[in-house]
Design a protein around this ligand. Structure first.
Ligand code: IPE
Ligand code: IPE
Ligand code: MG
Length: 246
C-alpha cells in the first residue's frame, strides 16, 4: 500500500506524475447548443478516453477525475439519474479499452448512497483492471473532500477506540492512510475547466501543495493537445513547498 508513494524510477522529469481534473462545464456546453444538460454529460464522458490515452505518451502515471460530487445530489432527479446511468454505461462500454490500454481503475467517494448495480459494476471494473500498471485512473463518484476526511476520521477514531492506534500516533502520516486515496501520491497538478476558479470540495487534504490550472475551455471541448500543453507548462513551475531554493 505504501509502495506507490515511493519515487518512481521511470518518472519523466518535469512531467506531473499525478494530474487531477475537475471536469466542469458540460451543462453550459449543452445549453450553448440548445440541448439538455445530459447531452453535455455524454459529450464529456467521450473526452475521458482521449485524455486517459494521452497520459502514457506525456508521462502522467496517475489521473484522477471528478465525476460527481457529494453536492451534485442537489441537481434535478432527471440529471442525477441520467448521470448515474451514464456511469454504468461508461463502465460497461470502456472496460475493454481500459484493459487494452493497461489502465488500472479505482473509485473514490462514498459508495453507500450509490445504487447497487452501479457499485457492483464499479467493483467489477476495479477487479478486472487490478493487474494493469500503465496508467492509474481514479474516478471520484459521490466524492467530497470534507466527507472523505470525516469518514477517515471516523475509521481512525474506531481504531483508537479499539486500541489499535494511540491518540499521539495521529499525525500527517497516519491520517492520510484512512483517506480513500491512501494508495495514491498527492496530485502535482489540478486542472479545472470551464473558467470557475474554485475547488468545489475536491481532494482538500491531498492538494495542499498542488499546482493549479483554471482554464476557460468547457470540459467537452478539452483536447489532448491542451492537456499536453498544461502538463508541459507545469515543468516550468517552481515548487518550493514552503522552502527556499538554494
Ligand atoms: C460538470 O459539468 C459535470 C458534473 C458536475 C457532473 P456541470 O454539469 O457542472 O456543467 P456546468 O458547470 O453546469 O456547465
Ligand atoms: C464540481 O463541479 C464537481 C464535478 C466536476 C463533478 P460543480 O459544477 O458541481 O461545482 P460548482 O457547483 O460550480 O462549485
Ligand atoms: Mg459545474
Amino acid at each position: 500500500m505504501e509502495l506507490e508513494r515511493q519515487p518512481d524510477p521511470g518518472h519523466v522529469p518535469g512531467c506531473p506524475r499525478h494530474v487531477a481534473i475537475i471536469m466542469d462545464g458540460n451543462g453550459r456546453w449543452a445549453t450553448q447548443r440548445g440541448r439538455p444538460r445530459l447531452f453535455g454529460h455524454h459529450a464529456g464522458a467521450r473526452r475521458v478516453r482521449e485524455i486517459v490515452e494521452a497520459c502514457p505518451r506525456i508521462g502522467v502515471e496517475y489521473l484522477t477525475i471528478f465525476a460527481f460530487s457529494t453536492e451534485n445530489w442537489k441537481r434535478t432527479q432527471v440529471e442525477v439519474a441520467g448521470l448515474m446511468s451514464l456511469f454504468k454505461r461508461y463502465i460497461i462500454r470502456e472496460t475493454r479499452a481500459l484493459n487494452v490500454n493497461g489502465v488500472r481503475v479505482r473509485f473514490i467517494g462514498d459508495r453507500v448512497r450509490l445504487d447497487k448495480n452501479l457499485t457492483r459494476l464499479m467493483g467489477e471494473l476495479e477487479q478486472a483492471t487490478a493487474a494493469n500498471t500503465r496508467v492509474h485512473l481514479t474516478i471520484a463518484i459521490n466524492y467530497g473532500g470534507r466527507d472523505e476526511v470525516a469518514r477517515a476520521t471516523r475509521r481512525l477514531a474506531q481504531d483508537v477506540a479499539a486500541g489499535n492506534l494511540k491518540p499521539d500516533q495521529v499525525d500527517e502520516e497516519t491520517l492520510p492512510r484512512y483517506l480513500d486515496t491512501h494508495v495514491l501520491p498527492d496530485p502535482d497538478l489540478v486542472i479545472r475547466t470551464s473558467g470557475e476558479a474554485r475547488i468545489s470540495n475536491f481532494l482538500l487534504w491531498q492538494s495542499a501543495y498542488s499546482e493549479y490550472e483554471f482554464i476557460d475551455t468547457l470540459w467537452p471541448d478539452f483536447t489532448q493537445a491542451e492537456f499536453e500543453h498544461l502538463c508541459t507548462a507545469y515543468g516550468g513551475r517552481d515548487r518550493r513547498f514552503g522552502g527556499v531554493k538554494a
